[in-house]
Design a binder for this molecule. Sequence first.
Ligand SMILES: [Fe+2]
Ligand SMILES: [Fe+2]
Length: 142
Amino acid sequence: MTLDAKYETGVVWQDFQHKQLIDLFKQVKEARKNKKDQNLYRYTIAFLAMYVNHHFKLEEQYMEKYEYPDKENHMKEHQGFIKELKLFRLDNFDYSEQGSDDLVKRMRNWILDHILGDDKSLGQYILAVEKNQEGTTPPQES
Ligand SMILES: [Fe+2]
Ligand SMILES: [Fe+2]
């Protein structure tokens, strides 16, 4: 599990989940190598969609709880990605090399860009708030 240090936000759960997400793209690449394994491909895409939803929700809970000023914009970015991923899954239920490449390149790059921009800003904000409010309870996962 490796992710270049420049992608680290400094928030432990956020960094952990970002690494997990990038690992899922690696699994899609693996599934491409083993073309016979249609199930691995489908399972990985389904898991990726589930994990992305979970991850975005958690970030949004923090934005809500800590009254993050750029919340609306950040949430719009998340919604845009979820929509794209849904469309991708409709068009790519069955494995294809092209679909697999598209997912790995386009969506992985989207996530990496998102981490470098929006998520790093959010991470800095979370760290600053938590530094000022030591001892408060973070949002609970629902
Ligand atoms: Fe994120
Ligand atoms: Fe985000």
